[in-house]
Design a protein around this ligand. Structure first.
Ligand SMILES: Nc1ncnc2c1ncn2[C@@H]1O[C@H](COP(=O)(O)OP(=O)(O)OP(=O)(O)O)[C@@H](O)[C@H]1O
Ligand SMILES: [Mg+2]
Length: 310
């Protein structure tokens, strides 16, 4: 559905996107992740035909986004980072106006607007002026706009940015629902959210694509996958010396807690689990052990690891 090859964008001397190549298959829900300034919006603006690339190319459903722009854009529902809405229009009036701009006939526009008002939960506000809407409802209007011409592909640039937790949950449910019959590329800072809805993620950092894989695979490949924490009542150096000799353990850090308890964190290869050996050591030595757990890596750990500047 999306094919990007060797795409670059230069702003003056600054190369904001560097030789990006990736693809998104029909039906996929792909999270597009990266820290502030990584190049997400720049990439998305090139994909949606709003920004010409400095080099490279992109196509949507086989149509080159610049040479066959009209055909390509018909298939894209784009919700920008800051949804530009006409404040002095009413919701339904605005959506009809957008539908007409996108080439729908009067009759089709009427039908599609009624449909997206329903899908996006805008019925209660459809007669209201856009300037009176809360941020959450403005985002919904942005989504309705993106959907009005019945695109196969939705490209959403931080759709939950600036929303409160309840609104975030509502928009997320809406996107999940839309994902049932659309291909979705969604950029977001909220990694737990992406982990919930995306079946694949693309990580971009300083303009470079760093990874493209399922969250599960990325997590499995990560070092932090084998991290075990224990709390033991014994001299810290003795415990550290003992557990750092266990198989697979690469590094041990220790932190004093209250009344002689010490928390040790053991880093090991991904896919290994040192809990049993820690329990054995503690029991052989007669050290009281009050907590032992394996840290499950999250997409956030992967993100931090891949975009670390040190
Ligand atoms: N119009 C522009 N002119 C010059 N530089 C720009 C322009 N737009 C973006 N940049 C720069 O390009 C880089 C990438 O910006 P971009 O907006 O694509 O990042 P982003 O990943 O969307 O960040 P955020 O998470 O903050 O939205 C940044 O260094 C930014 O300052
Ligand atoms: Mg952005």
């Amino acid at each position: 559905m999306i094919e990007v090859s060797n795409l670059s964008k230069r702003y003056g001397r600054h190369l904001a996107v560097k030789d990006a190549t990736f693809s998104v298959e029909k039906g996929e829900i792909v999270g597009f992740l990266g820290p502030n300034g990584a190049g997400k919006t720049t990439t998305i603006r090139m994909l949606t035909g709003f920004l010409p690339p400095s080099s490279g190319s992109a196509s949507i459903a086989g149509f080159d986004i610049f040479r066959q722009s009209i055909e390509a854009r018909k298939r894209i529902g784009y919700m920008p980072e800051n949804v530009p809405l006409y404040d002095d229009m009413r919701v339904r009036e605005y959506l009809s106006f957008r539908a007409r701009i996108k080439g729908l006939s009067n009759g089709d526009a009427r039908r599609r607007v009624a449909h997206v008002v329903d899908t996006c939960g805008l019925d209660a506000v459809k007669r209201k002026m856009i300037k009176t809407l809360s941020k959450g409802f403005r985002q919904r209007v942005g989504l309705a706009d993106a959907l009005v011409h019945q695109p196969e592909l939705l490209i959403l640039d931080e759709p939950t940015n600036g929303l409160d937790p309840i609104q975030i949950r509502q928009i997320r449910e809406l996107i999940k629902h839309l994902a049932l019959n659309h291909t979705v590329l969604i950029s977001s800072h909220i990694l737990s959210e992406v982990e919930m809805i995306a079946n694949r993620v693309i990580i971009i950092d300083s303009g470079k694509i760093k990874a493209a894989d399922t969250p599960q695979n990325l997590i499995a490949e990560m070092r932090a996958a084998g991290r075990v924490q224990c709390e033991i009542l014994a001299p810290a150096d003795e415990v550290a010396a003992e557990v750092s000799g266990l198989p697979n353990v690469k590094k041990v850090t220790s932190e004093d807690l209250e009344e002689g308890w010490v928390r040790h964190t053991l880093w090991s290869d991904s896919g290994t689990d040192t809990r049993q050996s820690v329990a054995n050591v503690a029991s052989e030595k007669g050290w009281p052990l009050r907590s032992l757990f394996r840290h499950e890596a999250t997409l956030e750990d992967v993100f931090v690891e891949m975009t670390r500047k040190d």
